[in-house]
Ligand binder design. Structure first.
Ligand SMILES: Nc1ncnc2c1ncn2[C@@H]1O[C@H](COP(=O)(O)OP(=O)(O)OP(=O)(O)O)[C@@H](O)[C@H]1O
Ligand SMILES: [Mg+2]
Length: 532
């Protein structure tokens, strides 16, 4: 609720409402208080101007011309006035009422030429007068009874306009007195009176009307202020929503304001900012990700090196100690004849092992280095398998084992690094020979699978425990080291195989069969180019 009170919609609503209520109230107050005075002064001014114009025109025309009676009628109609002419020489009072003329006698001014005119006596007012006429007679009476006012008109030839303080039938009136000058002499007096009634009535009606007007205005002000505030505040609310989403790192949201004003421009800027932030943060994220990967790779490499060094030194320890002790034996001449030959044989054997270990290590470190590239070419797998099995035939026969090669009759052409695939096959066949019992048959087969060729190397013998299967591909990993001890080997063969096959994008694996262990891998057939 507090939030609501602080909202711009609410503020705008309150400010606009207050402003218009104040404005309306002020207008009403000014009109109520001043309209009567304003109207009165305007009416007086208008009447004065009209009366002056009329009286001087009348003086010029002369009393008896037909034009002058037309002028009189026109003045009466225009100002809704009653008029009367006092003929000073004849002592008559001509009253004009509805185009009729009433000629009344009036007492003459004393010959002395000063002092008040004799009062208009009640008996001269003999006919039934309406309010307007009463106002006129009353006005004349007021004038005639004031010597100063009489002198002003008759002696000084001035106009006189005054508000009669006496209410006739509840109405105030405005009275005008002007001299009629003929031949430089004041020959008569023009009098006119108008009622001020309409003002008071209108003011009262207006006051009543304002009560309703005020109520309707209030409702309208509240309704319009509310709508107006909403319209003004709506784009701000939309902008704020987008800004909040930006703050929450959601750059998908875009501000939909398209107006040509400042808010529209702010919306465009906000969207631009969102895009900029989005791309910058994405770039930063990507850079950060790369950095993480680099660090991770560095760490792995470091770990690998450490493991490698530990493994190598461990593997080298045995042959080195064997070589040194047997060499010492020879040196000390504790052996002769066949035994000496046996010692020398062991030294040579261990040296050979060390040499092959170093060779494997170099191979592996080369394969593991990021810069290593395969030399991919198309070659006949059938040819390669045939030549390998021929090469192994003699060795196997000596060891009392057999090799069974089963390949499709048609030539299988693959796309790979031939030298490295030969290395894979030799490693797998070496293992097959090494880990199979006397008389075992090592089965090598190749299957055309359409896009790929699957190659399998299977040997009889003890199965590899299922839990060990995933680990045999790791460097220096050997199962039951004691069991394998007499078989030799350092546990690098399958790591080399793994590296080579990974580089080829091949699928590969090892599984236990009914009677032994089977290794398999795939190679791309020539029709499919492989990614290197
Ligand atoms: N054909 C197989 N039959 C049974 N066990 C196997 C076979 N091939 C590999 N292994 C097991 O997996 C381990 C890892 O094999 P790998 O070829 O990497 O090392 P290695 O043969 O011991 O030594 P190297 O190949 O480096 O001379 C072997 O020590 C062995 O225990
Ligand atoms: Mg091996």
């Amino acid at each position: 609720m507090k939030q609501h009170k602080k909202s711009i919609t609410f503020k705008l609503f309150i400010i606009t409402s207050l402003f218009f209520i104040f404005f309306t109230s002020l207008t009403m107050l000014l009109q109520t208080v001043f309209i009567e005075n304003f109207y009165l002064s305007k009416k007086t001014k208008d009447f004065e101007a009209n009366f002056q114009q009329f009286s001087s025109a009348y003086s010029q025309l002369g009393e008896n011309s037909t034009d002058s009676s037309a002028l009189l009628s026109e003045f009466q109609d225009k100002n809704n006035a009653s008029t009367a002419i006092i003929n000073l020489s004849g002592s008559t009072l001509r009253i004009f009422e509805d185009k009729r003329q009433l000629l009344l006698k009036i007492a003459k001014r004393p010959a002395s030429g000063s002092g008040p005119m004799s009062e208009i006596t009640d008996d001269i007012i003999t006919y039934n007068m309406d309010s307007k006429m009463k106002m006129l007679i009353n006005g004349m009476r007021q004038w005639t009874s004031d010597p100063l006012a009489v002198a002003m008109v008759l002696d000084e030839g001035k106009h006189l306009i005054y508000h009669s303080g006496v209410k006739i039938d509840g109405q105030n009136s405005l009275v005008g007195i002007a001299p009629i000058v003929s031949g430089g002499k004041v020959t008569g007096v023009l009098t006119a009176a108008v009622s001020l009634q309409p003002i008071g009535e209108a003011a009262a009606v207006i006051r009543q009307f304002y009560v309703y007007f005020y109520l309707i205005a209030l409702v309208l002000i509240f309704a319009l202020s509310f709508i107006y505030s909403k319209i003004i505040a709506k784009p701000l609310v939309t902008l704020n929503k987008t800004a909040i989403k930006l703050a929450e790192m959601d750059f998908s949201a875009k501000c939909p304001l398209n107006s040509q004003d400042e808010l529209g421009s702010l919306s465009t800027t906000l969207n631009f900012l969102s895009d900029k932030l989005d791309s910058s943060i994405s770039e930063l994220k990507a850079a950060n990700e790369k950095l993480k990967e680099d660090i991770e790779r560095e760490k792995k490499l470091d770990l690998m090196k450490n493991e490698f060094i530990a493994g190598v030194s461990h593997e080298l320890k045995t042959p080195i100690s064997l070589i040194s002790s047997y060499a010492e034996g020879i040196k000390d001449n504790i052996t002769h004849g066949a035994k000496r030959e046996y010692y020398a044989h062991i030294i040579m054997d261990e040296s050979k092992k060390m040499a092959s270990l170093v060779e494997d290590m170099l191979d592996l470190s080369q394969l593991e280095s990021g810069s290593f590239k395969l030399k991919v070419e198309d070659f006949s797998l059938t040819g390669l398998l045939n030549s390998i099995s021929e090469r192994y035939a003699g060795d196997l026969r000596r060891k009392g084992k057999n090799l069974d090669l089963s390949i499709p009759a048609h030539d299988l052409e693959v796309r790979a690094d031939m030298f490295r695939i030969e290395q894979v096959l030799t490693n797998l066949i070496d293992n097959g020979i090494k880990y199979s019992p006397e008389g075992g048959i090592i089965k090598i087969s190749a299957h055309d699978q359409g896009d790929t060729v699957a190659i399998e190397v299977e040997n009889p013998g003890e199965p590899i425990p299922e839990a060990e299967l995933p680990h045999i591909w790791s460097k220096f990993y050997r199962i039951e080291k004691s069991r394998n001890k007499e078989l030799g080997g350092t546990g690098l063969g399958l790591s080399i195989v793994r590296e080579i096959l990974d580089r080829h994008g091949s699928a590969y694996g090892a599984e236990n069969t009914v009677s032994g262990v089977k290794f398999f891998f795939t190679l791309a057939k020539v029709i499919i180019p492989i990614r290197v």
